[in-house]
Design a protein around this ligand. Structure first.
Ligand SMILES: NC(=O)c1ccc[n+]([C@@H]2O[C@H](COP(=O)([O-])OP(=O)(O)OC[C@H]3O[C@@H](n4cnc5c(N)ncnc54)[C@H](O)[C@@H]3O)[C@@H](O)[C@H]2O)c1
Length: 251
């Protein structure tokens, strides 16, 4: 399917996992993609795989100057911007008493400030191009409590709330703002989270077992939802939380 032909898009955290799958799907559907990531080598590698319609950029989504520059680079290259995916994010496995203040700040900065800055600089550009879409990466952690994820749940809950409010603010600008709430997706993130447990293999098995469909969600399944939300087929989807979780929150 080529639903995104000619759409000028930015995907943050696109050097790995879900973001990489979204960048690949967007490019396959005909979009131009800025592959933005803190990891410059990963961004360059993914952009090279996608071809000359795409380019990589090292961006720390915590930095206002970097995010402003990210949007400026897209405008300079393509003369406009149609879609932003605020996907960059990190998690920490810990109860609240066991979470350091440094980890609290890192989680809130990358997930919440990063999403705020992305929307702050991209919404006016997308509106100026005549409208488009913003897709924020929340999580089912925004919807239900997850053991050992107190601050992560707070960060993703903030992203969900910000998505809904911003969606209402920018309906009239033609900017559709939605978020995706993935269940447990098999990415390098899972390996990093489970590495913090005494028995990483058991922790991985438990994460898999909590999905009613008995397996991890695949990054490509999140990318399919992102492509739908970015496309004109989703014209009436506004301020929504799109759950892709194998039934995890249906219990
Ligand atoms: N994997 C899951 O089970 C799952 C579930 C729900 C939500 N999510 C969310 O999906 C998103 C992607 O997660 P993933 O599993 O693909 O993780 P991942 O670790 O595979 O990829 C995250 C990418 O973000 C980049 N990144 C980190 N900090 C950054 C920063 N400050 N600026 C720019 N880029 C930065 C990393 O370099 C990495 O390439 C995150 O927001 C995560 O919270 C993941």
């Amino acid at each position: 399917m080529q639903r995104l032909t000619g759409k000028r898009t930015i995907v943050t955290g696109a050097g790995s996992g879900i973001g990489r799958a979204i960048a690949q799907r967007f490019a396959a559907e005909g979009a131009y993609v800025v592959v933005a990531d803190l990891d410059a080598a990963a961004a360059a590698q993914v952009a090279t795989e996608l071809g000359s319609a795409c380019f990589g950029l090292q961006v720390d989504v915590r930095s206002a100057a970097a995010v402003e520059n990210l949007v400026a680079q897209a405008l300079e290259r393509w003369g406009g911007l149609d879609v932003l995916v605020n996907n960059a994010g990190v998690g920490v496995a810990a109860t609240i008493p066991n979470t350091s203040e440094a980890d609290y700040e890192r989680l809130m900065d990358i997930n919440v400030r990063g999403t705020f800055l992305g929307m702050k600089y991209a919404i006016p550009a997308i509106a100026a191009a005549g409208g488009g879409a913003v897709i924020n990466m929340a999580s089912i952690a925004a919807l239900v409590g997850i053991p050992d994820r107190g601050v992560y749940c707070a960060a993703k809950g903030a992203i969900m709330a910000m998505t809904k409010a911003a969606a209402l603010d920018h309906v009239a600008d033609g900017v559709r703002i939605n978020c995706i709430a993935p269940g447990t997706v098999d990415t390098p993130w899972v390996a990093r989270i489970t590495a913090g447990y005494a028995d990483p293999a058991a922790a991985r098995a438990a994460m898999q077992a909590r999905q009613p469909h008995g397996r991890f969600v695949q990054p490509e399944e999140i990318a399919a939802m992102a492509a739908y939300l970015a496309s004109d087929e989703a014209a009436s989807v506004i301020g929504a939380v799109m759950v892709v979780d194998g039934g995890m929150t249906a219990r």
